[in-house]
Design a protein around this ligand. Structure first.
Ligand code: NAP
Ligand code: FE
Length: 364
């Protein structure tokens, strides 16, 4: 009747001003830190200042590595790891959206292991990664609480996931997401909605991950349904941040489904932001789930008091299909990429590479 098996070792420190209110936790982490960020957002949202103030209080030295761009490169993570190693950093703090947080995870591995970049995907490391603290500034990926680090492999320009790097602790203060612009606020909201929907219908889901996922879906829908004039209220920001953590907790159990796998192709080749790229495929995912998992679907939609059509229509209202041209040669490459055993194992209904190409044909 129930299955409550679950593992997530990251300590979550949650709430307004949580960095300032829990500053003592840094005392035990060491005396030197590499801070990993993107170019602007860590400063703009106030999180970097909060950390630097805390470090001053406890006499912790810091080096700022701010070279992380969107869809972060594996080579940049290796560089960050080398800088941490050369400077004898004791721990790593990542501040940002999914891109800096995922990079900080990989950097914590490279900082204590002299690995070739690509060998991070072996997921076996001689030395323990450096202690890792994450501070989220977008409400989307839930990377704070997942073991995933999604990086772009330089040689292939393809996104590939490392599956086994949990942070030691994360700070979740929705105030840091307030400076996020409308485009990225919607994109990241759609990302967390994708996590929750994909996870709910994954064959690996269980009672606990489904409860997280249903809570997240409800919250994102409420916000999208009540949004006015492209402005988010304080309450809406709180709901979106909570949904992103619920989404992260749910995919920690299940992984993501075909919306993410197919969305990576749109991001890599047509520069579509991650959340929008995944959400393009959500209505098809929902349709597929309703047909192949009718009982699960009925349970979810009665619990969140919505119909599959209403949820899909809301998603469609926030997405516009990008101008995309896909040739037969592209399709052959896509087929080869996706015709790999197990790649769609987290999606319901025996979805396969032929279905993926068919879906691209239908949509674009
Ligand atoms: P992101 O790529 O981290 O950031 C997008 C943009 O938003 C950047 O320009 C960033 O600026 C800016 N930004 C971030 N926070 C801001 C704030 N508070 N105020 C103003 N601007 C802000 O976006 P994301 O959607 O959070 O992350 C996407 C990445 O995460 C993708 O690579 C995706 O594959 C990955 N992902 C990971 C997981 C996981 O479990 N690990 C799950 C889903 C997706 P800066 O450049 O200045 O930082
Ligand atoms: Fe995602």
């Amino acid at each position: 009747m129930f299955d409550l098996s679950y593992y997530m070792p990251t300590k979550i420190i949650y709430g307004k001003n949580c960095v300032e209110n829990n500053a003592e936790v840094f005392k035990s982490l060491g005396k030197k830190c590499l801070i990993v960020t993107g170019k602007h957002s860590a400063k703009e949202c106030g999180a970097l200042d909060d950390i630097l103030k805390t470090f001053k209080r406890f006499d912790i030295e810091s080096i700022i590595f701010d070279e992380v761009l969107q869809n972060p490169l594996l080579s940049v993570c290796k560089k960050g790891g080398q800088i941490a190693m050369e400077n004898n950093a004791d721990f790593i703090v990542g501040i940002g959206g999914g891109s800096p947080l995922d990079s900080a995870k990989a950097i914590s591995v490279f900082a204590s292991n002299d690995l070739k970049p690509i060998d991070i995907y072996n997921e076996v490391y001689e030395n323990k990664p450096l202690p890792l603290v994450l501070i989220g500034t977008t409400a989307g990926t839930g990377s704070e609480v997942t073991p995933y680090s999604v990086l772009t492999v330089d040689e292939t320009s393809r996104k590939r996931t490392v599956h086994n790097i949990f942070a030691d602790l994360c700070f979740c203060d929705y105030r840091y997401t307030v400076s996020l612009n409308y485009h990225f606020s919607v994109s990241t909201a759609l990302d967390s909605l994708s996590h929750c929907i994909e996870s709910y219908f994954s064959p690996k889901s269980n009672t606990i991950s489904q409860d997280f996922a249903a809570s997240g879906i409800k919250l994102v829908y409420e916000v999208l349904d009540s949004l006015k004039d492209e402005c988010f209220t304080d309450e809406q920001r709180q709901k979106l941040y909570a949904a992103s953590i619920y989404g992260g907790l749910s995919i920690t159990k299940t992984g993501t489904g075909f919306c993410h796998a197919l969305g990576y192709y749109l991001t890599e080749n047509f520069d579509v932001s991650h959340g929008f790229a995944c959400a393009e495929f959500l209505p098809a995912y929902i349709k597929n789930a309703v047909t192949s998992e009718p009982k699960k679907a009925q349970k979810l939609f009665s619990e969140i008091n919505l119909s599959p059509e209403k949820l899909s229509d809301k998603i469609k209202a926030f997405t516009t299909l990008p101008e995309v041209t896909i040739t037969d040669e592209d399709k052959a490459k896509m087929f080869e990429r996706w015709n790999v055993n197990g790649i769609f194992k987290n999606s319901p209904g025996n979805f396969n590479a032929n279905d993926a190409i068919k879906l691209y044909d239908e949509l674009f």
